[in-house]
Write a protein that binds this ligand. Structure first.
Ligand code: SF4
Ligand code: SF4
Length: 340
């Protein structure tokens, strides 16, 4: 079967490197074997996304800005794909990069901010880190670059989520997400347990009830809070059903080790000859009948048991909010740029 009938592509996420210049307490990346994608593979992926009508292309890491020539790759993606996301700590953005990125009409930054002041510094193990982040964020917003903030809910910040929300609520942020830390990215030490559930749920409730300032979308819903709670009381709870899961048909991820996988969570078969881009090209991988059969079986009755994804993709309403409001914010942003 041709991929145009099998897939309904939306987003291609490319983890260009898992190297990082940070040592966040909750992250496993600093402990992993170091891998960086070859530049020719990244270029092939940008062309593939453009040819196959992907709506979004994400560069992520580790820290993607550690990769030499990243601005040129971003140029290329911005010229050929409708929406381009750069997920970065922001700490490596200098005036020249901010000026360069401000010229794109379709680039937005996803910046992690897991605390303010001391909390940020202790999670990043970096004295003065928050002050630096905040001053860079002001410059980025001053240059009218669209920004999405992401706060991973974890032990060190679970009791001050409302404070983090409030700190940024008057800024021109497109979207502020509060995903729950999961074993996938998280160091177990920083994961929340039943003892933290009440405080965390109450903080999220305060955000849900807070007056919306400047129409900035924060996707906290009653249902999301309920599931976060269930997840903490019973870590076996899956928030996202595996049966008929749309994710493997809509999204494609390429890991820093060069494997093309449909989602982060399922135990996809990883071997070079099967889905390794160092050995096969991306067209060959996604069109391989064995890959498509594996996806069919993952979303079937006895396939994947579902996941507790930290990315909100499991909740159709929230996903609709995210993509809907993002599109709306982009429209406003473009209009503002066009009218000077
Ligand atoms: S969370 Fe992100 S910035 Fe922090 S160590 Fe992991 S990859 Fe680096
Ligand atoms: S792990 Fe299963 S339910 Fe979760 S995104 Fe992947 S296929 Fe869907």
């Amino acid at each position: 079967m041709n991929q145009s009938h099998f897939y309904n592509w939306y987003k291609l996420t490319v983890c260009v490197t898992n190297c990082c210049d940070q040592k966040c307490l909750m992250c496993q990346a600093p402990l992993e074997d170091k891998n960086t994608l070859n530049r020719s593979i990244i270029i092939e992926l940008i062309r593939f996304a453009a040819r196959n009508g992907f709506k979004e292309f994400e560069f992520t890491g580790g820290e993607p800005l550690l990769l030499g020539g990243m601005p040129e790759l971003i140029d290329m993606a911005c010229r050929s794909i409708p929406l381009v996301q750069l997920t970065t700590t922001g700490l490596r953005l200098n005036d020249a990069l901010i000026e360069r990125f401000s010229r794109y009409r379709n680039l937005f930054l996803l910046l992690p901010v897991d605390g303010i002041g001391e909390t940020y510094d202790s999670i990043r193990q970096m004295r003065g880190g928050f002050e630096r982040f905040d001053s860079i964020l002001k410059k980025v917003l001053g240059a009218d670059i669209p920004v999405v903030l992401n706060t991973v809910v974890q032990r060190k910040n679970h009791h001050e989520l409302h404070r983090i929300y409030t700190y940024f609520s008057s800024r021109a942020i497109m979207f502020h997400g509060f995903p729950l830390i999961e074993h996938l990215i998280g160091n177990d030490r920083e994961r929340l347990g039943p003892d933290q559930a009440e405080a965390m749920l109450s903080e999220l409730g305060r955000i849900e009830d807070a007056p919306v300032l400047g129409r900035r979308p924060v996707p906290i819903t009653h249902r999301l809070r309920q599931w976060y709670g269930k997840r903490l009381y019973d870590p076996g709870t899956t928030m996202h059903s595996g049966v008929r899961c749309p994710v493997p048909f809509r999204n494609l991820i390429v890991t820093a080790a060069g494997f093309a996988i449909p989602c982060w969570q399922h135990g996809w078969r990883l071997d070079e000859g099967f889905r390794g881009l160092r050995v096969r090209n991306i067209e060959a991988v996604v069109n391989d009948k064995r890959i498509q059969d594996e996806i069919r079986s993952a979303v079937g009755e006895s396939g994947c048991r579902g996941c507790a994804t930290f990315c909100y993709n499991w909740d159709a309403d929230v996903q609709h909010d995210i993509y809907g409001s993002r599109t709306e914010r982009f429209r406003e942003h473009l209009l503002r740029k066009a009218t000077g």
